[in-house]
Write a protein that binds this ligand. Structure first.
Ligand SMILES: Cc1cc2nc3c(=O)[nH]c(=O)nc-3n(C[C@H](O)[C@H](O)[C@H](O)COP(=O)(O)OP(=O)(O)OC[C@H]3O[C@@H](n4cnc5c(N)ncnc54)[C@H](O)[C@@H]3O)c2cc1C
Length: 379
């Protein structure tokens, strides 16, 4: 494609900042950058007509940590690192809500629950033993007792075979579509240009900036580049330790008299489900075939989808007739640790990638962190 004189002049000459990826991190980085660089030209480049990664394809859990996850993390990470991560998620959610407003993101604080069945006795006992201690430690982050045993709610939710429910009283859920729509609007209102359908295939550092090459066949330069393409980061920077991982989801059609109310985790978070618009959204099953799901290819598989439906029939919606309305997948960026990578790659290039499974929670804060890093090192 050859750019016209007008296109070149309007969009690609004198670019101060380019952000690759219009997911939650890229847009937050752009919005925060604008606060420090009032007149700079800020360009967000997105390869697809909508973001094509995780930000518009997730489950919309506004969560910061279920008990089994935190206990598991405590066996692998230092205590300080575990609580720092929880705090980041909690504060990240507060920032997202403040930035966009609860109504605009469809935020509902119905609580986040962890589901324990007959075969989960051991992990349930561990949770009960640790509950008081965890609640005390989390009081420096969250006001009030985070976790409570909520067995009295099991029958209300209509489950089968569920023995215990542990509730995180401060978790909620959002409408992912509304959230991203509001974020795009806010970026545009801040004079940030978002160009969709522009796949970046190469970036090259020059003495005074970065040369960016697009799949559309033209190149241009920017003073500073921020890479926010999460699960796809290694395509441009193979040295970044980010592994693309697919996550599959399904949603039912509306179910009359649906009892389920809230956001639920099952089997250490490998499965997650919630109510939305009178339907049940269920995702997970990556643990059924780690190898096959370690991919940046979108799509759903029979193996995972069959397991998800089985879970619906046997535990989540027993004796309820339902039909599946939609199935889809998204791609996350994972790594050996749960920490995101926010750093300067070279003189003019920075990145904020590897959001793991909680990018809704940390995305706003990570975007702000990246913008601050760029501002701090800008000459
Ligand atoms: C099925 C699923 C369920 C999830 N559920 C939850 C949840 O309930 N709660 C939660 O907190 N988190 C959840 N997550 C994780 C969360 O969605 C992600 O961590 C978060 O959206 C990551 O945001 P991001 O901006 O870093 O990346 P992305 O949203 O993936 O954005 C990266 C963007 O970069 C673009 N891009 C990639 N390469 C290029 C290129 N070369 N040129 C131009 N553009 C490019 C992509 O198209 C994409 O739009 C879930 C994820 C999935 C997949």
């Amino acid at each position: 494609m050859q750019l016209s004189y007008w296109e070149q002049k309007q969009y690609f000459s004198k670019v101060d900042f380019v952000i690759i990826g219009s997911g939650i991190v890229g847009l937050n980085a752009a919005i925060q950058l604008r606060k420090q660089f009032k007149t700079a030209s800020i360009l967000v480049l997105e390869r697809s007509f909508l973001p094509y990664g995780a930000s518009t394809r997730n489950a919309g859990f506004a969560c910061f940590g279920s008990m089994t996850e935190i206990l598991d993390d405590l066996t692998r990470m230092t205590e300080d690192a575990v609580y720092a991560l929880v705090e980041k998620r909690y504060n990240g959610l507060l920032l997202l809500r403040k930035l966009l407003g609860d109504v605009n993101i469809g935020y509902e604080e119905k609580g986040g629950y962890e589901v324990f069945t007959n075969s989960d006795d051991e992990s349930f006992e561990q949770c009960m033993d640790a509950m008081t201690d965890l609640n005390t430690k989390l009081k420096s982050i969250v006001k009030g007792n985070t976790y409570t045993l909520s067995d009295f709610e099991i029958s209300k939710q209509g489950f089968n075979g569920v023995k215990h429910l542990v509730k995180n009283n401060f978790e909620g859920q959002i409408d992912t579509g509304k959230m991203m729509h509001a974020l795009v609007k806010l970026a545009q209102n801040n004079n940030i240009t978002i160009l969709n359908g522009l796949d970046i295939i190469e970036v090259k550092t020059l003495p005074n900036g970065v040369l960016i090459t697009t799949a559309a066949g033209f190149s241009f330069t920017t003073k500073k580049l921020m890479v926010c393409n999460n699960g796809f980061a290694a395509n441009l920077f193979p040295q970044l330790e980010v592994q693309a991982n697919r996550a599959q989801v399904l949603i039912t059609n509306p179910i009359e008299g649906l009892k389920i109310n809230g956001a639920f985790h099952y089997q250490k978070g490998y499965y997650y489900f919630r109510d939305v618009d009178g339907c049940v959204l269920l995702g997970g099953g990556r643990n059924l075939d780690f190898e096959a799901e370690a991919t940046q290819q979108f799509g759903v598989t029979e193996k995972v989808q069959t397991a998800l439906e089985k879970l619906l029939h046997e535990i989540i919606l027993p004796q309820t007739s339902f039909t599946i309305s939609k199935r889809w997948s998204g791609v996350m960026g994972l790594g050996n640790t749960k920490q995101s990578i926010v750093k300067q790659i070279d003189t003019h290039t920075y990145c904020a990638v590897r959001m793991g499974g909680m990018g809704i929670a940390i995305g706003s804060l990570v975007g702000a962190e990246l913008a601050q890093l760029v501002a701090d090192t800008y000459e």
